[in-house]
Design a protein around this ligand. Structure first.
Ligand code: TYD
Length: 138
């Protein structure tokens, strides 16, 4: 998918002097039905996660705590996003290579996904990913 389809989505935020609240509704605030949530935590300093693309999966990444970078790549160009607020989500459509790094200490990355875990939906080889995007574009 072209990188223009990847975007930071500002989620609703109910502010209160006793704390803030953010909520996310399938197909309302995000353009897919949520079938799974998972989160990355206790990421050691300097570690990188991701380094794959999905054939059909849509995802939203949120920094529930702390911050990290996400480098997205559509096979033609790359763009780096920085997430550091719990009311901001990065929407990643299918066929987008992602690399997560620069995790701050104590950070938590929550991922909402449009489908259940399926290893056959992953492309873990970068050259295979670029080849697939070229085939799609031709
Ligand atoms: P992976 O998606 O490669 O992690 P990351 O992109 O954060 O580096 O998943 C790491 C391992 O966890 C891999 O063996 C698959 C497994 N896994 C599940 O079993 N279920 C899941 O929902 C996810 C996301 C991963």
């Amino acid at each position: 998918m072209p990188l223009e389809q990847c975007e930071i989505i500002e989620l609703p935020k109910i502010q209160d002097c006793s704390g803030n609240l953010t909520f996310i509704e399938s197909n309302n605030h995000i353009p897919f039905d949520i079938q799974r949530a998972y989160y990355l935590y206790d990421v050691p300093g300097g570690a990188e996660r991701g380094a794959h693309a999905h054939k059909t999966l849509h995802q939203l990444l949120i920094a529930m705590s702390g911050s990290f970078n996400i480098i997205l790549d559509d096979g033609r160009s790359k763009k780096t996003f920085h997430l550091n607020r719990s009311y901001l989500g990065l929407y990643i459509p299918p066929m987008t290579w992602r690399l997560l790094n620069n995790f701050s200490s104590g950070s938590v990355c929550m991922v909402l996904a449009s489908d259940k875990y399926d290893e056959s939906d992953y492309i873990r080889d970068y050259n295979e990913f670029v080849y697939a995007t070229q085939k799609q574009g031709s």
